[in-house]
Write a protein that binds this ligand. Sequence first.
Ligand code: N01
Length: 546
Amino acid sequence: MDSQLNGGEVLDLDVAIIGSGFSGLYALHKLRNEMGLRVQTFENALGVGGTWYWNRYPGARSDTEVSAYCYSFDRDLFFDWTWSARYPRQAEILAYLNHVADKYDLKRSISFGTQVESSTFDESIDRWVLRTDKGQTVHAQFLVEGVGLLSSTHFPEFPGQSSFVGDIFHTARWPHEPVDFTGKRVGVIGTGSSGIQVISEIAAEAGRLTVFQRTPQYVVPSQNRPIDEQLLREIADDYDGYWHSVLHSVTAFGFTESSVPGESLTEEEREAVLEEAWNDGGGFQFMFKTFNDVGVSRVTNKSVTDFIKKKIHEIVKDPEVAARLTPDQLYARRPLCCDGYYEVYNQANVALIDAEATPIVEVTPHGIKTSDGTVHELDIIVFATGFDAVTGNYLKIDQIGRGGLHLKDKWGERPLTHLGLMVNGFPNMWTLYGPMGPFTNQPPLHEAQVNFAAAMIQFVLDNDAQTIEPRLEAETNWVSTCDDIANQTLFPETNSWINGSNIPGKPVTNFFYMGGSGAYMDLLAAAEESGFSDFHLGGARVSASV
Ligand code: N01
């Protein structure tokens, strides 16, 4: 099949996939190569990689140990590829994803540089009708969307921004040509995962670096180093067992989470555990490998925040700067890690602006003006301001289900899905790692969700049916289960992209299933064993299945 269609042509497919990041690539392999379906992928970017295509900013790297941040479906692929470190850089991960796309001959079925603008379910033919910005029309029985959890950029526009005479970049839309910071006056807005990585990297290069921090964050070191050879030997000895244990852990990050409640220990004992974790590195490890109640116990959470606060004051020499860097919130945002982050603020060329106390009010032709009237003169402004997460990319496409129902209306108050994967009223459509899906390391769960979607597609085909969609009651129950679990944690008490509060006007709510990867895997298995009883099969000729 031609990967580049001519405008005006109608393409008839079994499956249309949107996105060629980790999830979309595997979906293409599974559905085309393994199941023999007629599949075409539509990809906005000019290459594969999703997140790793777009986020080329200096310092961008995985903060998940790469031995669990990769595909598992082919043992040869796993052992044929050699990673340079536990937390590889963006370029290395992008090279890996290109290698995967080439090894499984995927690129010939991807329309690059193609934005799907709308997808409408045509009930008269039980097909999705997609329209692209290239004027193409696509008919597909099944629609698999791997559009990215953190992909739709949040790019605030301050008054006067267009008057800035220097360069403005967003970390998640970084140019392909390297940016030269040498001797330049650089401003970075934002101190989330992207901000801390870009700040730590360019501080050495920039003439002067001014960081505009609104909310201080807890950052622990990554302690990046080569992958443990012993771990690789253990994976080789029991490959399936390793991936089973990853998927059946809580976070799917490839380490064993603690089963010890911090509350059961003394303050000194907790501190010893935290010191060991600090020296071993990793944000998710710090939250989940230390104790099993950091996210639910105020006592344990306070020990963790006290410990990191103490570290900030030990590392940062100027007590005023250390105080500005010190959060006063719970340790209940997405945990961050980065080597050498706090150390940067000891450099004479780095300044930290408290953008909460003195917010940015304007971008002038030569810099950023804060509310105290100061103009911080700059040559380059880097927006590390994050994403309209989870739902952003789904809602960029005008998606219309049964009865003319628009997804943006269905999700107006809050997103609704069953298992984070399917939406009532939107048959034959899968939202990979979509809202109300698991809050875990993504690649292993992408594979699990694609396998589940593939089993559902096979189920539809085996039953000579046309459609499958979740029953409304199942969707309602799922969302309320997700909310019940989230409400037992401390996460709803902090504001970030995790609850939508980073985007003005976006509903602030729970977007995740926080019951853990293992429990989620059990639910997928049970759904399949039940013959997908939570789902309605439409147009089947086998009456018993309807
Ligand atoms: O985005 P963020 P991110 N004025 O939303 C600030 C993944 N990721 O791109 O906290 C001033 O976390 C905002 O301030 P506040 C990872 O899952 C992974 O950094 O809202 N400031 C905040 O400081 C991560 O969690 C890696 O007060 C403004 C920052 O911008 C997720 O992506 C690397 C502002 C945004 O932080 C998002 O991370 C990168 C404004 N108007 C990303 N608007 C890995 O390491 C926003 N901010 C794998």
